[in-house]
Design a protein around this ligand. Structure first.
Ligand SMILES: Cc1cc2nc3c(=O)[nH]c(=O)nc-3n(C[C@H](O)[C@H](O)[C@H](O)COP(=O)(O)O)c2cc1C
Ligand code: SF4
Ligand code: SF4
Length: 253
C-alpha cells in the first residue's frame, strides 16, 4: 500500500503514534515532519498514494493553530485521509472535528479517525511514558481498521462541536535559560515557530511561543525551564488528570 504520512509533534508523542500506524500500513512511502518551519517548507507530495495519514497533538481542545494553517494550504482533492490526534489524558474536545473539517474543505475524504494519549507536554506526572506498549498495540489495530476502510466509500463521523471551543490563550509565557547554556542553538533550530533567537538562544519571544515545551525537552544540558506562570496549570492537571487512564479510541463509520 502507498501511504503518505504527515505530522506535527513538538515532544514526539504524536510522531510515535503516526509512525506506528504508518508502518502498520506499509513498509515504504513518505513520512513528513511538519513540526519546524523548515519541515513545513518541504514540498508535500501527495501523488498516487492510497491514503494520506495526518497526525497532530491537541492544544486546548483544538489543533495547534500553526499546523491547522499549514494544512489549510494543502490540496487533498480526491484523497482518502486517515487522521489522528494525540492528547494529554485530559480531553480532545473539538480537535478531531476541526481536523475533519479542514480535510473535507480541501477536497479530502476522511475514512478513519483516531484519538490517542501521550504524556502531557506540561508535566510527566500526567500520562507518564505514554504512548506505551498498550497504546502502540492499539495504534496497530487502528492501522488495520484504516486498511479495511480504504476500499469502502465512506466519510466517517467524529465527536466534537461546531463552533469549536475558543482557543484559550494564557498570558504570554515561554522558556527561561540557565547559566549552563552552551549556545548550541539546538533549541532555536527545533522551535516550531522560530520563537528562540538564533544568535542568542537565551532569548525567546514570549508572544510567539506556543508553550509546546520542545525546547525544554531538546536542550542537551537541561538549561531551559518553563516560565513559573505554568505552575498553577500543571498543578491543576496533576490533580484532575493523572489518576484515570484514558484509552485510545477510533471512528470508522
Ligand atoms: C499548548 C498545549 C495545550 C494542550 N492542551 C491539551 C488539551 O486540551 N487536552 C489534553 O488532553 N492535552 C493537552 N495538551 C497535551 C498534549 O496534547 C499532549 O501532551 C500531546 O501528547 C503532545 O503531543 P506531541 O508530543 O506530539 O507534542 C496540551 C499541550 C500543549 C503544549
Ligand atoms: S520557545 Fe515556545 S514554541 Fe519554541 S520550542 Fe520553546 S516552548 Fe515551544
Ligand atoms: S539547547 Fe540548551 S544549551 Fe543549546 S542553546 Fe538552547 S538553551 Fe542553550
Amino acid at each position: 500500500m502507498r501511504v503518505c504520512g504527515i505530522y506535527f509533534s513538538p515532544t514526539n508523542t504524536t510522531k510515535i503514534i503516526v509512525k506506528t500506524v504508518f508502518y502498520g500500513l506499509t513498509d515504504s512511502g513518505r513520512l513528513y515532519d511538519a513540526t519546524t518551519p523548515e519541515g513545513r517548507r518541504l514540498p508535500f507530495v501527495s501523488g498516487s498514494e492510497d491514503v494520506v495519514l495526518i497526525g497532530a497533538p491537541v492544544y486546548s481542545g483544538r489543533l495547534p493553530e500553526v499546523f491547522a494553517d499549514y494544512l489549510r494550504e494543502k490540496d487533498f482533492r480526491g484523497k482518502k485521509v486517515a487522521a489522528l490526534v494525540v492528547y494529554g489524558n485530559r480531553a480532545y474536545e473539538d480537535a478531531l472535528v476541526e481536523l475533519k473539517d479542514i480535510i473535507t474543505s480541501k477536497g479530502g475524504v476522511l475514512i478513519a479517525a483516531g484519538a490517542f494519549i501521550g504524556e502531557h507536554s506540561y508535566t510527566s506526572e500526567v500520562a507518564f511514558g505514554r504512548p506505551d506498549a498498550g497504546d502502540k498495540a492499539k495504534a496497530g489495530e487502528f492501522a488495520r481498521a484504516i486498511e479495511k476502510n480504504i476500499s469502502r466509500e465512506i466519510s466517517v463521523e467524529v465527536p466534537g462541536n461546531r463552533p469549536y471551543r475558543e482557543r484559550r490563550i494564557s498570558h504570554p509565557m515561554g522558556p527561561h535559560t540557565g547559566d549552563t547554556c552552551i549556545q548550541c542553538h539546538l533549541c532555536a533550530e527545533k522551535c516550531p515557530v522560530g520563537a528562540i533567537d538564533f544568535h542568542d538562544s537565551r532569548k525567546a519571544d514570549f508572544e510567539k511561543c506556543l508553550h509546546c515545551h520542545r525546547c525544554i525537552y531538546s536542550c542537551p544540558v537541561g538549561a531551559k525551564t518553563f516560565d513559573r506562570g505554568m505552575e498553577p496549570i500543571r498543578r491543576w492537571l496533576v490533580e484532575h488528570c493523572s489518576e484515570k487512564r484514558l484509552e485510545p479510541e477510533w471512528f470508522t463509520e
